[in-house]
Design a binder for this molecule. Structure first.
Ligand SMILES: Nc1ncnc2c1ncn2[C@@H]1O[C@H](COP(=O)(O)OP(=O)(O)OP(=O)(O)O)[C@@H](O)[C@H]1O
Ligand SMILES: [Mg+2]
Length: 292
């Protein structure tokens, strides 16, 4: 039994003279949320296009659900759904009409398409605007409809290219809930993002991509531990850091630190614990690559 949803081996892609993917390797377990984290132009969409068979690699191979993306294109297509970086819904149609159209295009009967559409509108909290044209939707509604449309026929693996870019934090959280719910239902999710917080909140595994290379892979916790431990920070009344002490974060450890320092610090000193953020990881990883 193959427990891998996605296996990628040495994928390369060039556009003209520009090497856009330089030998990408990683695996995605069935049922996990895998986040590909990287800045503009890193190669995220190019990789998603290759894995979803919209583009061909110049070298290397990949298996989706155990199926080769080159020799088994049609089967790969029927194991995945893709929500691209830019909206694919028809602005002039209503939410209901978009879903029904996609249902019919995917081979459902008119009756099935209607009932599936209704269910998705409920699940994505779009029932209230179902009869309105998409051009009147907010960015968050549009993005939810976009995702709903790609899920008209349920598939075991979902690709989401920057699902929340450009959304406000409330809409972003609504989408995160939907993505987490899909994962709980057992769907494998491969998403790309430029937001460190998003990868941290959603992903079981994060791969950081920079200039066409995967520069680090691990759990959010592993990523954070790569760049060091938690620190106890002491700040003076002007909010300047006056002392930093590495800590395990355990209560015994922190109590000991307080005992050791309490008598020696100026009045008004405040203490907090700083955990390394993914921002720190990302900056340290991508700056290592600068100039190379
Ligand atoms: N069809 C194409 N022809 C030529 N160059 C391309 C093509 N598609 C992408 N590129 C180039 O490949 C590089 C990676 O692009 P890609 O769209 O994969 O990045 P991305 O990580 O998705 O970025 P973003 O976060 O902005 O969406 C960029 O330098 C881009 O200009
Ligand atoms: Mg992109």
């Amino acid at each position: 039994m193959n427990e891998l949803a996605i296996q990628v081996n040495g994928l390369q892609k060039k556009f003209g003279n520009q090497m856009v993917l330089e030998g990408i390797n990683f695996t995605v377990q069935k049922g996990e949320i895998f986040a590909l984290l990287g800045p503009n132009g890193a190669g995220k969409t190019t990789l998603i296009n290759i894995l979803s068979t919209l583009a061909e690699p110049d070298a290397g191979d990949a298996l989706i659900n155990g199926l080769d993306i080159k020799s088994n294109k049609e089967k790969v297509k029927s194991s995945i759904s893709l929500t691209g970086q830019f909206a694919a819904v028809d602005e002039m149609l209503t939410g209901t009409e978009n879903l029904q159209m996609m249902g019919r295009l995917s081979g459902l009967s008119a009756l099935e398409a209607r009932s599936r559409g209704k269910k998705l509108l409920q699940q994505f909290d779009l029932t209230a605007v179902a009869q309105k044209r998409v051009k009147t939707y907010s960015g968050g509604m549009r993005r939810r409809l976009d995702l709903a449309v790609s899920l008209v026929v349920p598939r075991p693996i979902i690709f989401l290219d920057e699902p929340t870019t450009g959304l406000d934090s409330r809409s972003r959280r609504e989408l995160w809930d939907i993505i987490l719910q899909l994962a709980r239902e057992g769907v494998t999710i491969f998403l790309t993002t430029q937001y460190l917080e998003e990868a941290d909140q959603l992903a079981d595994t994060i791969a950081v991509i920079s200039k066409g290379r995967i520069v680090a892979t691990g759990t959010p916790e592993e990523m954070k531990s790569r760049i060091g431990k938690e620190m106890v920070e002491l700040r003076n009344d002007k909010d300047e850091i006056i002392h930093e002490i590495p800590t395990s974060g355990r209560i015994e450890d922190i109590r000991q630190i307080i005992e050791d320092i309490a008598s020696g610090v100026p009045e008004g000193t405040r203490m907090s614990i700083r955990r390394p953020s993914l921002d720190d990881v990302f900056l340290s990883l991508t700056s290592e690559k600068e100039g190379s």
